[in-house]
Design a protein around this ligand. Structure first.
Ligand code: NAD
Length: 495
């Protein structure tokens, strides 16, 4: 059985006194064990990273930037290897795995501009003989704690900018699919990141809490579910750290009566069932404006969804793979099974689909006439289940979305420019799509939701990440002539 250890100081590390099981979701078989770090092991890794960070910070910026150009090429070269590792432990289809790698490459490309990104400001002659300039300095060692659903992209969201700004990184990937992080560690080092600057520590709550409490960690980036994000934010902030903790989601897509309903149905199927609905930007609620719109779009989604091919992610004909674990699959199925008793209409029942496999497969479900009190609506299900809520008009649709505690992404499908423009202003959600169901910002912008989808005030990757991973300093300079020196106890004035 493959044993996955931590990667620290450029080498495998750890006793694996405690460990977890890693499964192949397409077969249901255990494929590996992964070490769970103790608090003492976390302390050791922080020491290694702290020592290694000094030289990384001091490396010339042009030379540091060359590491990111090299990493970009390595990620392209090794896309098939990384995608295979993702599919083997996460289950998503290979093309989808390659897609998340390409989105992660965008973050490396952004970080490669670090010479520009780390420029300071300078004002000359703010007073007689006085100049002011700013410095952006690294935080030191940062912890990156990531979810199972994007084992390559989310670690790259964080590590590209954290490393570019001169920090050492301690990545704690999901214990459910830990192998991709090991490939990333190898590639960062091959690209030129010195040993000890990018480390991987595996584990569960014990390892995470040790990171949150460690005085050697200056900042924490977290992506995962809302209850854990809340815990990370409060515990790390109480320990005096800078924290960004991105949480869960319930993303709504409005379909207006004037929308192109075929495009809207295609978009809803792609965004609801892609990656088996295990995306934080997945559409899980379709808000149909008017019964005629609802009847038409439900019929179109139903006919498209029932012909999807579900199978192992390694099979090129599969459009959707299994879910991450047996327990999660069963939990998702329970929402569909419980929906009729709450008054919803199950138009397509994925729990009835049979699979000739021990893998964690589930068919796709479409649940119509959902109301905001039903658990299929209130909870983040994180599976291939699309709920349809029927409303009378645009105002009801916006009120519904704005009343939700999650506020990660949303979309509106319409042909009317004025409605679309008004929506961008009215909606209280962090990322908005106009006829775009998954509005994940490109690497040059930052990603983040509002409300219970983000704890902290900094969005992730892009320009906000440069701010998050650096501390700024303002330097005021005067080189007085000796003859100008005098005693003056007044507060320094610039006039
Ligand atoms: P999760 O919250 O269970 O786990 C995330 C990380 O936290 C993992 O590394 C895990 O080991 C660790 N963890 C789990 N329980 C912990 C505990 N009690 N104490 C300390 N650490 C703990 O999330 P997941 O199931 O891996 O990922 C799916 C969730 O992530 C969904 O809710 C999804 O919406 C969310 N997500 C959000 C975004 C976003 O950008 N907002 C992106 C991707 C995923």
């Amino acid at each position: 059985m493959n044993r996955i250890l931590h990667h620290v100081g450029g080498a495998p590390f750890g006793e694996a006194a405690r460990s977890g099981a890693v499964f192949n979701p397409a077969t249901g078989e255990q494929s590996a064990t992964v070490a769970f770090a103790s608090a003492a092991e976390v302390d050791h890794v922080v020491e290694v990273a702290t020592a290694a960070q000094v030289a990384w910070q001091q490396m010339g910026l042009v030379k540091r930037a060359s590491v990111f150009f090299a990493m970009r090429q390595l990620l392209i070269k090794h896309t098939d290897e990384i995608a295979a590792a993702i599919t083997a432990e996460h289950g998503k289809v290979l093309a989808d795995a390659a897609g998340e790698i390409s989105r992660g490459i965008e973050n490396v490309e952004f970080a490669a501009g670090l010479v520009n990104l780390l420029k300071g400001e300078h004002s000359t002659q703010v007073a007689s003989g006085v100049d002011v300039h700013t410095l952006k300095q690294p935080i030191g060692v940062v912890a990156c704690i990531t979810p199972f659903n994007f084992p390559a992209m989310v670690p790259l969201w964080m590590s590209a900018s954290a490393l570019a700004t001169g920090n050492a990184v301690l990545l704690k990937p999901s214990e459910k699919d830990p192998s991709t992080a090991m490939i990333l560690a190898r590639l960062w080092e091959e690209a030129g990141v010195p040993p000890g600057v990018f480390n991987v520590v595996h584990g569960d709550k014990e390892a995470v809490d040790a990171l949150l409490d460690s005085p050697g960690i200056g900042a924490v980036s977290f992506v995962g579910s809302t209850p854990i994000a809340r815990h990370i934010y409060s515990r790390a902030a109480a320990a005096g750290k800078r924290v960004q903790a991105l949480g869960g989601a319930k993303n709504h897509m409005i379909v207006m009566p004037d929308a192109d309903l075929d495009s809207a149905a295609d978009a809803a199927v792609n965004a609801a069932y892609g990656s088996a609905g295990e995306r934080c930007m997945a559409i899980s609620v379709l808000v149909a404006v008017g019964d005629a719109t609802a009847d038409a779009v439900v019929a179109k989604i139903r006919s498209r969804a029932q012909s999807l091919t579900i199978g192992a992610g390694t099979d090129p004909t599969s459009q959707m793979g299994p879910l991450i674990t047996r327990e999660h699959r069963d939990r998702v199925a329970s929402y569909v099974a419980g929906a009729p008793a709450q008054g919803a209409e199950v138009v397509l029942d994925g729990t009835a689909t049979e699979f000739d496999s021990e893998g964690f497969f589930l068919g796709v479900s479409l649940v119509d006439r959902v109301t905001p009190r039903m658990s299929v609506y209130t909870d983040e299900i994180f599976g291939p289940v699309l709920s349809v809520v029927r409303v009378d008009d645009y105002d009801q649709a916006v009120s519904l979305i704005n009343a939700n505690t999650f506020a990660n992404g949303t979309a509106i499908f319409t042909r009317d420019g004025a409605t679309a423009r008004r929506f961008t202003a009215d909606i209280e959600v962090g990322m908005v799509g106009i006829n775009v169901p998954l509005p994940v910002p490109i690497g040059a912008y930052s990603f983040g939701g509002w409300k219970d989808s983000l704890f902290g005030d900094s969005h992730i990757y892009g320009p906000e990440s440069i701010h998050f991973y650096t501390r700024s300093k303002v330097v005021t300079t005067r080189w007085p002539e000796p003859s100008e020196s005098q005693i003056d106890l007044g507060f320094p004035s610039n006039h």
